[in-house]
Design a protein around this ligand. Structure first.
Ligand SMILES: [Zn+2]
Length: 89
């Protein structure tokens, strides 16, 4: 369970699964476990509950998002479309 600088969080896998796979997991999981900014109160208290479910520990807001990050590029383009539709009305 060595968490060296190189393997970081993927140190839990020991010597298994290879460097490439572990590096991908490292990038995704480190990003996932960061505190994300809440869309409701703008504070960095958002944590992942389950795949696609995010919860703010400050204001208690629960919302859906990407499986590993609350804001995916798809979410952004969808939000833009919604905003544009509202403007047209
Ligand atoms: Zn919040």
């Amino acid at each position: 369970m060595a968490r060296t600088k190189k393997v970081g969080i993927t140190g839990r896998f020991g010597a298994r699964y290879g460097r490439k796979a572990k590096r991908s997991v490292k990038i995704i999981e480190e990003n996932m476990k960061k505190n994300h900014v809440c869309p409701k109160c703008d504070r960095p208290y958002v944590k992942r509950q389950a795949a696609g479910i995010w919860k703010c520990r400050k204001c208690g807001a629960v919302f859906t998002g990407g499986a590993y990050v609350p804001q995916t590029p798809m979410v952004k383009s969808a939000a833009r479309s919604i905003r544009d539709i509202k403007v047209e009305e």
